[in-house]
Design a protein around this ligand. Structure first.
Ligand SMILES: Nc1nc2c(c(=O)[nH]1)N[C@H]1C(S)=C(S)[C@@H](COP(=O)(O)OP(=O)(O)OC[C@H]3O[C@@H](n4cnc5c(=O)[nH]c(N)nc54)[C@H](O)[C@@H]3O)O[C@H]1N2
Ligand SMILES: Nc1nc2c(c(=O)[nH]1)N[C@H]1C(S)=C(S)[C@@H](COP(=O)(O)OP(=O)(O)OC[C@H]3O[C@@H](n4cnc5c(=O)[nH]c(N)nc54)[C@H](O)[C@@H]3O)O[C@H]1N2
Ligand code: SF4
Ligand SMILES: [Mo]
Length: 715
């Protein structure tokens, strides 16, 4: 561990040491100065030197010490002693715990085959690629996470097949985006990289024209020049109609389109009938506003798209994401200063050892035969399809899945159809859960492992995500109980299993990652962070990394897999238009999971400084609707879909459409008695749907754009 020499801090020697590290209370990326005195973390401040957060931390980052020393944290490995889910535990050693897992893996592998072992995790936390790496080193194709089909991978894949890489907004050079189209995203609060919020804030302050597509008037929408209040789940129609305006009015970038794209004519033909008047009926957005937005976007340069997860939570997810992705392409905003830029990649990713799987094993991945871009043999970052995997656990078909090793996912809180997820986990022969806390999911396990928080973790953080022109240090500054970082445990398991690969030390892996920069992990600890200046129009040197070397408006990869190469509109499967009968009983449109600043998915309800600021789950309803239903602000109400009902507290908000309801996701109540800890009270995923239809390419299920009703809780 190496303290940084930080000249602007005169007290650093008197009050102990100061370490530079990356906050990871969200997906992370803010540089923090961690003050350690007498082996205790006493203070954490934003790092004024780091260009992405410039001294700032958000409210979660500021609660890091409360997380570190939270009395409810798991500190030792535990073994179940009662019935599964009874909540009776015995403390065991790491050796005992890992041997138990290893023995179970060997046993199942011999009896059923290695594919009968599933490996799970959550969204992109520090250990993300290491979990995938371990699965592939072990030889199972069945790893999964609740974000893959539902989060970011659709954007990464759409970026990949269209532009050869995921484009991101350029806040990193001298030129600011002059127009920002924010789509299904609330970047002042959330995002794939938390630190982006500070860049977006600065960008907006400098006068960037802002268009926001959101059913709710969020903090970001409040600052917009044009706010498009969309009916949830109809983003495909809106994007197609904007492409219609731009192509029909000839306000696209002719030079760029001619020289650097393929399929423009087919695209223009596809959207010919998608007029703003057509889209108005579907999206509830006035046609004039659609025209105005399309013109503003096309006529302002540079323009960029800042998109979020809301467009990835419906079964037409991939075509929706593709449609939005084409807007910066046809307007020539690709890889230019202030536009939608392609990555620099100063560091290499941790290898996921995909080649360790045979082709036969890749074909066996649950979902591989159907969802080619999620699970297929040649999918860019293949994962199992969760509903197919869950079904295999329950039914043994197409083959049995007996064990689930879970590294950082509260399955009952974040998988769709939580009741079914619960029944599924109970059917397993073996469940291990690694987490910081005893969650309702961990309560169902055979073995529970105590995980480290970010202050106990070594890592190289590449930023902004996928672009990586910064490499930032994250370093372990403290040890809590027997907690370990997941990566160490995964390597330990691989070694105990005598695997041929996936057994290098963490330090070796990090040194390899940094090789391009010519420094070692230890040197990065000294330096803190490194960056390289952005380079633009890189495609002029080497083309785009697509089959044609151009921007594929018409996607040859989609065509190859038998999917529509051009985006199209599809009504959400549960909606006033597709299920009008159901809509009579469930007249309101439900959307879930808009993030709050205080929580990260199901995390942090046990941290007092955060919980005090947001003590209960909130359902947002328009005052007019509330009035009709005799619901008052702050009152607990039932929210019900065909799949079940939950309670949240009403928040009356004028900025939500009278026919739309928004609920928060991730809620459980750590203070309530185990093993359930209130997981069935307010959990959004009791209401969501993991039944077909799924997105044809990505297998996405429905977390948003559903039908519901709400009513008062009697008494
Ligand atoms: N504080 C905090 N930060 C987080 C997270 C967290 O839990 N808490 N989670 C992280 C993760 S994994 C993710 S994926 C990102 C997500 O962060 P974002 O991508 O910003 O997504 P959300 O906040 O879920 O939703 C953004 C907006 O979409 C709107 N919306 C809902 N339905 C629709 C729709 O059908 N169409 C459109 N256009 N908009 C809709 C919501 O009203 C909401 O304001 O945040 C990451 N950062
Ligand atoms: N209804 C609805 N459901 C959703 C969403 C929505 O918008 N609406 N969003 C979806 C999206 S976009 C995503 S990405 C997923 C997110 O889903 P997940 O990322 O799986 O989130 P959680 O279920 O909160 O599980 C995270 C668990 O990991 C633990 N943890 C935190 N850090 C570590 C660590 O370093 N190591 C280990 N071992 N454990 C750790 C936490 O304590 C927590 O219990 O949820 C999805 N679910
Ligand atoms: S935005 Fe994320 S990385 Fe930055 S301080 Fe907040 S939680 Fe930490
Ligand atoms: Mo996500």
């Amino acid at each position: 561990m190496s303290p940084i020499s930080y000249p602007k801090n005169p007290n650093s020697s008197k009050n102990g040491k100061i370490y530079r590290s990356a906050c990871r209370m969200c997906h992370g990326g803010c540089s923090a100065l961690v003050h350690v005195n007498n082996s205790k973390v006493v203070k954490i401040k934003g790092d004024p030197e780091f260009p992405l957060n410039r001294g700032k931390l958000c409210v979660k980052g500021m609660a890091s010490i409360d997380q570190l020393y939270n009395p409810n944290r798991l500190k030792h490995p535990l073994k179940r002693v009662g019935q599964r889910g009874e909540g009776k535990w015995k403390q065991i050693s790491w050796d005992e715990a890992l041997d138990a897992i290893v023995n179970k893996i060997q046993e199942i592998k011999e009896e059923f085959g290695v594919e009968s072992i599933a490996i799970g995790q959550g969204t992109g936390r520090h250990h993300y690629r290491h979990v995938v790496r371990f699965a592939h080193a072990l030889g199972t194709p069945n790893w999964c996470e609740p974000g893959a089909a539902q989060c970011f991978h659709p954007r990464i894949n759409a970026g990949g097949i269209t532009y050869g890489d995921l484009p991101i907004c350029d806040y990193y050079g001298d030129v600011n985006p002059a127009c920002l189209l924010v789509w299904g995203h609330n970047p002042l609060v959330t995002g794939p990289d938390g630190e982006t919020q500070f860049k977006v804030r600065d960008c907006i302050k400098r006068g960037t024209k802002l268009i926001v597509v959101d059913p709710r008037e969020t903090e970001t929408a409040k600052k917009a020049d044009i706010w498009l209040q969309i009916r949830p789940g109809t983003d495909d129609a809106l994007a197609l109609s904007m492409i219609h305006v731009i192509t029909q009015e000839g306000i696209y970038d002719r030079d760029f389109v001619n020289e650097w794209t393929v399929g423009f004519d087919q695209l223009a033909e596809r959207v010919r009938s998608c007029t703003p008047e057509w889209a108005e009926k579907i999206t509830w957005i006035p046609a004039d506003k659609i025209k105005e937005s399309a013109r503003l976007f096309a006529n302002t340069r540079p323009a960029s798209v800042e998109w979020g997860v809301a467009i990835e939570h419906t079964p037409n997810c991939f075509q929706t994401v593709r449609a939005v992705a084409l807007l910066p392409g046809i307007t020539g905003n690709i890889d230019i200063p202030g536009g939608w830029i392609l990555g620099m990649r100063v560091i290499d990713d941790i290898p996921i050892l995909l080649d360790n799987l045979t082709d036969e094993m890749k074909e066996k991945r649950l979902g591989a035969d159907r969802y080619k871009l999620l699970s297929g043999r040649n999918a860019p970052f293949p994962s199992a399809h969760i509903p197919t995997l869950m079904k295999a656990i329950r039914t043994g078909k197409p083959y049995p899945v007996k064990a689930f090793l879970n590294f950082g996912n509260n399955t009952l809180a974040t998988y769709a159809n939580a009741k079914q997820a619960y029944e599924t986990l109970l059917r397993l022969d073996f469940l291990s859960v690694m987490d910081l806390y005893m969650t309702p999911t961990a309560e169902l396990a055979d073995i529970v492992l105590p995980a480290a928080s970010w202050l106990e973790v070594d890592e190289v953080v590449g930023l902004p995500f996928r672009s990586y022109n910064f490499a930032l240090i994250q370093q372990k500054v403290i040890q809590i109980g027997e907690c370990r970082q997941d990566e160490e445990v995964l390597i330990d398991l691989a070694r105990r299993l005598n695997l041929a690969v996936g057994i290098e030390s963490l330090e070796d892996l990090y040194n390899t990652q940094l090789k391009k920069l010519g420094i070692t992990f230890d040197e990065l600890k000294e330096k803190g962070f490194l960056s390289v200046p952005m380079r633009y129009r890189k495609f002029e040197e080497r083309g785009f990394n697509t089959p044609s070397g151009k921007v594929e408006l018409y996607s040859s990869i989609m065509e190859k897999y038998g999917y529509d190469p051009l985006p199209y509109y599809q009504e959400p499967p549960e909606s006033p238009l597709s299920t009008p009968e159901l809509a009579q009983d469930y007249p309101l449109i439900l959307t879930t999971g808009g993030r709050t600043p205080y929580y990260f998915h199901s995390e942090y309800r046990q941290i007092p400084s955060l919980r005090e600021k947001h003590p209960a789950p909130l359902v947002e309803i328009n005052p007019r609707t509330a009035d009709e239903l005799d619901i008052r602000d702050g009152e607990w109400v039932w929210i019900q879909t065909v799949r079940g009902r939950i309670k949240q507290r009403a928040r009356l908000a004028k900025g939500i459409h009278p026919r739309v309801v928004h609920i928060e996701h991730g809620w459980w109540f750590p203070e309530e008695p185990g093993p359930e800890h209130g997981i069935w009270n307010s959990n959004a995923n009791i209401l969501t749907n993991n039944a077909p239809p799924y997105d044809p390419a990505m297998g996405t299920y429905q977390l948003r754009a559903l039908l519901c009703k709400i009513y008062k809780v009697d008494g």
